[in-house]
Design a protein around this ligand. Sequence first.
Ligand code: HEM
Length: 528
Amino acid sequence: MSFAKDQVIPQLYQIAKDLPISIKFTFGLISIWCLLKIFNSFRIYYSHRLRHLPIYTLAVPGSKIYVVNSPELITAVQKSKTLAFAPLEVQLARRLFRPSTHGGNEMTSNTNTEKGERGLYSDGIDAIHAALLPGEGLDEMNRIAIQNIAASCDKLDSRAGAPPVRIKLMQWLRHEITMATTNSVYGPMNPFKDPKIEAEFWNFEHNIGTLIINVLPSLTARKAHLGRERMAKAFTEYFARKGHESASVLVKNRFKVCADYNLSLEDTARFEIGGVIAITVSTIPAAFWMLYYVFSKPEILALLRKEVGGVLETTNFDDTLGSITRTLNITKLRTACPLLTSTFQETLRHGALGASIRLVVEDTIISGQYLLKKDCVVQIPTHVVHFDPSIWGSSVDDFDASRFVPGHTRLTDAQGKQKKKAPPGALRPFGGGKNLCPGRHFAATEILALVSMILMRYELYVVTASDEHQHRDGEWAMPKSEKSSLAAVVREPDEDTEVEIRLREGYEEGRWAFRLDDSELVFAIDDD
Ligand code: HEM
């Protein structure tokens, strides 16, 4: 088909006019999606340009976004009762999980306890926070998770003349951490034991952003919609077969609250998909980046091996694999490994993504001088705060593994004055205030157990492909991460890193295990 030059526009117009309604509709949605992306790019651009301002306002049609950058104002926002996460969270939950009208109404009613009563949301959040506090329930979850992690690490062991194991690191972590976490949370009837459900969940997660528009999702957000529906079915069956009765206190608590509000099993199952996002999605990339930073920096690896080696317990044990058992004591890792804990926090300072958001439920003045108007949104852009030189000093862009070691003196302010500690509100991978992530202790134990076991036991070599041959002497290259899903609060690498795993010299013999005895002690991560 060919057109004269002056005919092109009218002809294109005619073609567009004749398109079927479904295609026009899809184009419309794609255009909205592109506009949102462009708006987001401007937002990110401006948030970096304007990071020296403690607070600034972005006008959006019909509303305003207040972007808060200074730690002092962040702390004030987190303390305010009239700046709330709940109303935004429940609206999002309605779109993403598609509960029935009854379930949706229960979830959105009285979210901020504004009528002074309880509601499904507030009871649900309290039940989750209670289950994840240091104590017996959390210990039980941690124990199952680390037993699974120990078994995952055993699979990398290539002794007895077998060739070294090669893995795609992110893919391996995604599967192993998903299974360790869901086994510990959902118990023996864990729906993720079915590989199809695991695949459906990740399909859903990778495409979750498409569900936001929420118009005919079976057409406009097909992959995410199908993943969600299959997950909802699997969890409905799980609850119908009383899987929660042999599960963790977290699932028991959540189920009880849903039952108290007469939610159907299907609505309970739909809200549970949100639970799966919380327990898995951020932990996996956080473990990836920590391994990346540790193994790509030999000097940090050597220091960590020394520190973690100090809490490794060796006992004699007669068996075919050798005569010893090496035990990593989690309680000691938590209390006697400041560099390990600091490396974890520095990994999250670099890797955290997104923004904490709060709705202004009534006109609010913060720090005695800034008026925030009702129905507008407050945003705290995590990455901007984490890379502000006036908070972190001239080394802001470096990966400084010892930045959070207590008493570390390389932390300077904008005037070059030394500080002992970052100010409250400055390090916020887990958010803060009333909504501070309740899963941080569970996640820290899981990630630090896995990283410690791998760094003590193995050497990791990057495999690079060159023509037909694959070499195992590649450099660790920082993968790009521009395509993270909407659900991720830690950026996800766009490409995977293939590694070859060899036993560490001097550590070839024996068995490996974890031990966890003290409930009350947790990793000393900054939280305020
Ligand atoms: C490295 C891993 C993780 C990171 C970086 C992370 C980060 C976050 C962040 C930034 C928030 C929002 C807080 C705010 O807006 O102030 C949050 C909320 C939440 N997280 Fe996590 N999280 C992680 C792991 C987990 C795990 C393992 C669980 C459960 C076992 C969990 C459960 C939750 C829950 C239930 C909320 C909602 C809290 C509320 O609204 O009160 N998270 N998390």
